[in-house]
Design a protein around this ligand. Structure first.
Ligand code: FAD
Length: 299
C-alpha cells in the first residue's frame, strides 16, 4: 500500500515519548514491547528519565544505549545535577557523547531531602539548571538541550515571572526546547506561552501530555509536582476506581480531547508521558492523525 493516502496534513503533528528506566526484567520486557509498538509512529525523539537524585544513573544509561543499538529512534537522556559534583556529571555526559547521544534533557532535580524541602546544590556541583546547561554546552556544543517549563509555576518559585526568568536563563545558556510539566487546563498553557513569548523567549515550549492510566495514583503524583487537577477532570473518573477498562476509555477520551483542542489552536508538537505503556498514547497519536511509518492523515 502507499505510505499515505494523499490527505497528508499540511502541519503534521510532531510527537515525542518519555519513558522511565525499568527496575526489573519484567518491567524491561514490558518497556520494550511499548517501544516496539510506538517506534513505527516515528517520534522526533524518545526520552528516558533519570531517577530522583541520580538513582537510576546506570539504568538510564543502559536503556538509552539499548535504544541506540536496537532501534533507529533518537534518544534523549534526562540528567539532573542535584547531589553530585561537577566531575561526576561531566563523566555521565562524556559517556553519553561517546556512544552517540546528542540530546540531553537537562534539569536541576528535586532536593535529595524530598520534594517541598529546601534545595541545596552540591558544594562542588553545578549550582542550577542554567549552570548545568552551560557546562554541557561548553564541552559539547553539538549536544541539543531540552529543559523543563512550568505553566503553573514550579512549587518553589514565588511567581510565574520568577519561573519564566529561570526559563530565560536556561535559554541563554543554550536550551533549544522546553517541555512542560503536565497540565490539564489548556488555558493555563496558552496564558503561560503568552508570557514566555512576551519575555522574548522563542524556543518551542512543547506541551507535556499525560494520559491518566490510573487516575488516583496519577492525581497524587502530579499534585505534588504542582499540577492542578480540575474538578471536571476528577468528576470524569468518579466511581471508576475498580473499573480499569472504563477508566482506560475515559483516560483516552480526556487526553485525546486535550491534544485535539491544543492542535486546533495551532499546537503542532506534543510530548507524551507514556508511563512505559503504549495503548493510550498510540490511540491518542492515531487520533492526531499520526500513522505508523510516517504516514499521516489530517486530524
Ligand atoms: P529549574 O527549571 O531549574 O527550576 C524550576 C523553578 O524553581 C524555577 O522557576 C526556579 O526559579 C525555581 N528554583 C530553582 N532553584 C531554586 C532555589 N534554589 N530556590 C528557589 N527557587 C528555585 N526530575 C528527575 O529527577 N528526573 C527526571 O528525569 C526529570 N525529568 C523531568 C522532565 C520534565 C519535562 C519536567 C517538567 C520535570 C522533570 N523532572 C525530573 C522534575 C524536576 O527535576 C523537578 O521539577 C525539580 O524540582 C526542578 O528541576 P528543574 O530543572 O525543572 O528546575
Amino acid at each position: 500500500p502507499p505510505a499515505f493516502d494523499g490527505h497528508r496534513a499540511l502541519h503534521s503533528p510532531k510527537i515525542s515519548f518519555e519513558f522511565f528506566p525499568p527496575k526489573t526484567e519484567e518491567m524491561e520486557r514490558s518497556l520494550w514491547e511499548t517501544i516496539n509498538r510506538l517506534a513505527p509512529l516515528a517520534p522526533n525523539f524518545v526520552s528516558v528519565t533519570y531517577g530522583a537524585g541520580g538513582s537510576t544513573r546506570e539504568r538510564t544509561h543502559s536503556t538509552i544505549a539499548r535504544i541506540l543499538k536496537e532501534t533507529s529512534l533518537v534518544p534523549a537522556a534526562h540528567l539532573t545535577c542535584v547531589g553530585a559534583p561537577k566531575g561526576e556529571i561531566n563523566d555521565v555526559v562524556a559517556r553519553y557523547h561517546e556512544i552517540g547521544v546528542r540530546h540531553i534533557v537537562a534539569l536541576r532535580g528535586d532536593p535529595t531531602t524530598g520534594i517541598g524541602t529546601a534545595y541545596h546544590a552540591h558544594p562542588d556541583g553545578y549550582q542550577s539548571s542554567p549552570d548545568l546547561i552551560a557546562g554541557i554546552k561548553k564541552r559539547y556544543p553539538d549536544i541539543e538541550i531540552s529543559v523543563s517549563a512550568y505553566p503553573e509555576k514550579h512549587p518553589e518559585s514565588p511567581t510565574i515571572d520568577a519561573d519564566i526568568d529561570t526559563l530565560k536563563a536556561k535559554v541563554d545558556a543554550g536550551a533549544a526546547r522546553a517541555i512542560t510539566q503536565v497540565f490539564f487546563d489548556n488555558d493555563l498553557y496558552f496564558r503561560y506561552l503568552d508570557r514566555v513569548r512576551a519575555r522574548g523567549i522563542d524556543i518551542p515550549v512543547v506541551p507535556g501530555i499525560m494520559p491518566m492510566h490510573n487516575f488516583k495514583q496519577a492525581r497524587s503524583f502530579v499534585t505534588r509536582a504542582g499540577t492542578t487537577v480540575p474538578t471536571w477532570l476528577a468528576d470524569k473518573f468518579e466511581g471508576l476506581d475498580d473499573d480499569a477498562d472504563t477508566r482506560k476509555l475515559v483516560a483516552a477520551t480526556v487526553a485525546a480531547g486535550q491534544v485535539h483542542k491544543l492542535a486546533k489552536h495551532g499546537v503542532d508538537t506534543f510530548h507524551f508521558y507514556t508511563m512505559n505503556r503504549a495503548d493510550l498514547v498510540f490511540a491518542i497519536s492515531h487520533l492526531l492523525g499520526i500513522r505508523p511509518n510516517g504516514a499521516q492523515k489530517a486530524a
